[in-house]
Design a protein around this ligand. Structure first.
Ligand SMILES: Cc1cc2nc3c(=O)[nH]c(=O)nc-3n(C[C@H](O)[C@H](O)[C@H](O)COP(=O)(O)O)c2cc1C
Length: 385
């Protein structure tokens, strides 16, 4: 059974009169999903920093690369598997951490449902610090599929330690420290609607369930006190000196998210990081940058095989997944696409998005004669123009 066989399932379904329930193009997915969401979530999820040039560049950067077909290397079965921190994963795809995931399903348990998408597809789930259910209640929904925990490092070091040790105890297999969000970026769409979900007390379950956070608020805090305590601790302006402390918080693999410069990648590994996550946060944090894909080859060269490199920002199609792999990503994560799938069609909608991306990637690898991850080297792509 190949991932590409999803298309056979869909065609056979149509033959027996069942037309596909979920959309196939990203614009359809986005517009239909946004139509189901309340206005404040629409701006928060779809919007980005500044006039969103960087956000658009994340997607258009993929147009700068072309996959070169190779013939007489047809394999009826492709092998999309990768090795990551000692695990063999069936595919190179991951679900990026998304802080309002909990809010996108009507029951407000979207984090659990995101984990269910992971369980159904074998695609690992990276749970955000900003969940609507405590991380201990989200992890079991992943089943046997691995989960990682993403840390927004609080200013309070004891709270950071508490979140990391809870994630370890709950079975998360790596800690992803997001470096680019110690302060929120300038987001005109949210500014115009005065909207910031956390300031309205949303997605704070990992804080309100935390013993150290309870010490910080005191007993029975009112919602305003909870939010103000969160505001006071959320964003820690980390520097390289903090990495020694972060490193000793856990024996789990430590992955640094937001690394785009080769010198930062080298220094991160020299300072004890186990993985590099090349991302510009989907263009939500700083406008005026280029597509994250353009930073990937230099980051990969700097890492030089010493550690895995996860990539996200702008991945919308199976072709994008294959291109990022060819440019050296070990694994490729998606943000908005699975959020929209979940918002529009619940767990089946999220599963459809993941299966569609995998099917397209698998079929491209088949048609273009790159049957395994190892075949996808930089020689598989050319810069256009
Ligand atoms: C609504 C939203 C919330 C996000 N929340 C987080 C978060 O809590 N932690 C984090 O590290 N990244 C967060 N991200 C960034 C994603 O992890 C990822 O880097 C980004 O979505 C990738 O770009 P894409 O949406 O174009 O695929 C968020 C992204 C979106 C769209």
């Amino acid at each position: 059974m190949s991932y590409g066989d999803y298309q056979i399932e869909l065609y056979l379904g149509a033959l027996s009169g069942v037309l596909p329930e979920h959309p196939f193009s990203y614009p359809d997915l986005e517009s239909q999903a946004l139509a189901t969401l309340p206005p404040e979530l629409r701006t928060y999820i779809a919007g980005g920093a500044g006039d969103e040039t960087t956000q658009r560049a994340n997607v258009s950067a993929f147009d700068d690369y072309a996959l070169v077909p190779r013939m007489l290397n047809a394999h009826a079965e492709r092998d999309l598997s990768i090795e990551l921190f000692g695990r063999t994963l069936p595919t190179p795809l991951m679900l990026a951490p998304v802080g309002v995931l909990g809010l996108v399903t009507p029951d407000q348990h979207g984090d659990v449902h995101g984990a269910e998408v992971a369980a159904a597809t074998g695609v690992p789930f990276i749970g955000s610090t900003l969940m609507s259910d405590p991380l201990e209640e989200v992890r079991p929904a992943c089943g046997d599929t691995p989960a990682w925990f993403q840390l927004y490092t609080p200013r309070d070091r004891d709270l950071a330690a508490s979140l990391v040790s809870r994630a370890e105890a709950a079975g998360y297999e790596a800690i992803v420290v997001t470096l680019d969000t110690w302060v929120p970026g300038w987001r005109p769409r949210d500014l115009a609607s005065g909207n910031f979900p956390q300031l309205r007390g949303k997605a704070l379950a990992n804080y309100t369930s935390d013993p150290r956070f309870a010490e910080m608020t005191g007993p029975d805090p009112d919602p305003g006190a909870t939010v103000m305590t969160w505001v006071g601790t959320f964003g820690n302006p980390l520097t390289w000196d903090d990495l020694t402390w972060l490193r000793q918080l856990t024996d789990l693999p430590l992955v640094l998210k937001g690394i785009c410069h080769p010198d930062d990648a080298r220094r991160a590994l020299d300072s004890g990081a186990d993985g590099i996550y090349c991302s510009n946060h989907g263009g939500r944090q700083a406008n005026g940058g280029g597509g994250a894909l353009h930073w990937l080859p230099d980051v990969v060269a700097a890492v030089d095989g010493r550690a895995p490199v996860v990539f996200d920002s702008g991945v919308r199609t199976g072709a994008h997944v294959v291109t990022a792999l060819a440019l050296g990503a070990t694994a490729v994560a998606i943000g908005r696409p699975y959020v929209y799938g979940l918002a529009r069609g619940g767990v089946p909608g999220g599963v459809h998005v993941v299966r569609s991306l995998l099917a397209e990637a698998d079929l491209i690898m088949g048609v273009d004669g790159y049957p395994t991850r190892a075949d996808l080297t930089p020689d598989a792509v050319r810069r256009r123009g």
